[in-house]
Design a protein around this ligand. Structure first.
Ligand code: 13P
Ligand code: SF4
Length: 300
């Protein structure tokens, strides 16, 4: 192996490191990763690995979750500025204000949130287990932050009463019902799969609303041969690679998350060579946030 890929493989051995990448990463970054997955898989799988250093290719909240769950390991975020605009829509002060408004409510934060927000929450969830998690909470009000669309979708699948914080993912919110109607005209037999961060009008027209790794499994198990995919465009690489006999089409070419695209192989090499961008979470925040994440992992 030559070039950047070769250097990464040398550094991995030297540092006893593991490279972990989210499904939205650039194809070349996904291809050098030891583990690729959705937010839930990455959080869970990183607790089971044997290494000294975890090099995370994705956005900050995901790397923070790994650092919270693995205090004995060093976690590097390959590109320091990779954040999530949805996670930035709520800070601790906002959450405290909402908690005062609904003092009896259990607080569920979507993992797309800061460590500090998780520390103020009772539970975390991802798009892969939000329904299961909400179902596991005893009856009563539930404050769901920060993604109103995942919260809304989840509420349609349970009888629980959810109070929704008005955050959203700017990437997924771009996808409109017209995109599905127009693309379906070109591929009438294709199955439509979208992420639950999409708006309700989009979810209503889809065959399924799924987390990114659930999309991979759905495509492998479905009788359909073609799929119209409503999520970040990076997802298509892994889908096509794992199901080469099927075809995948984006519902819109505008579904690009700029933060997910910030990480390049050069960033991975630099972070490893200089051991820079160490993800640090203050201990008192980490301990509280871990409780909310552990409750999430407990429901599976
Ligand atoms: P997944 O948990 O489905 O991978 O989604 C994470 C995300 O950021 C979606 O925009
Ligand atoms: Fe955040 Fe949306 Fe990008 Fe996912 S796609 S990381 S929710 S901005």
């Amino acid at each position: 192996m030559e070039g950047l890929e070769g250097r990464i493989s040398e550094l991995k051995k030297e540092l006893n490191a593991l490279i972990v990448a989210h499904n939205y990463q650039r194809p070349e970054v996904q291809d050098i990763a030891d583990i690729t997955g959705d937010s839930l898989e990455l959080a869970r799988d990183c607790t089971e690995v044997d290494c000294d250093l975890i090099v995370f290719c994705g956005v900050r909240f995901m790397a923070e979750s790994v650092a919270i769950l693995n205090p004995s390991r060093t976690v590097l975020l390959s590109e320091e500025s990779a954040g999530c605009p949805l996670a930035d829509m709520i800070d601790v002060e906002d959450l405290r204000e909402w908690k005062q408004r609904y003092p009896k409510a259990a607080v569920v934060s979507y993992v797309n949130s800061s460590a500090a927000v998780k520390a103020e929450s009772d539970f975390c969830c991802t798009s892969a287990n939000s329904i299961k998690l909400i179902e596991s909470i005893p009856d009563g009000e539930i404050l769901f932050v920060p993604d109103q669309y995942l919260g809304h979708y989840t509420s349609t699948k349970t009888d629980k009463r959810l109070i929704l914080y008005p955050g959203y993912c700017p990437v997924h919110r771009r996808l409109k019902a017209e995109h599905i109607i127009r693309t379906k005209e070109l591929y009438p037999d294709a199955a439509v799969i979208v992420h639950p961060e999409c708006i309700p009008e989009v979810i209503a027209l889809a065959d399924a609303a799924l987390s990114t790794s659930q999309m991979l499994r759905y495509a492998k198990e479905s009788p359909a041969r073609s799929f119209l995919v409503g999520t970040e465009i990076g997802m298509l690489h892994r889908m096509q690679k794992e199901s080469p006999e099927r075809d995948f089409h984006p519902l819109s070419m505008g579904l690009v998350c700029p933060d997910m695209k910030k990480t390049r192989l050069e960033n991975v090499v630099q972070a490893m060579e200089e051991r820079r961008n160490v993800v640090k979470v203050p201990e008192e925040v980490r301990v509280k946030a871990k409780q909310a994440l552990d409750r999430m992992l407990a429901v599976g």
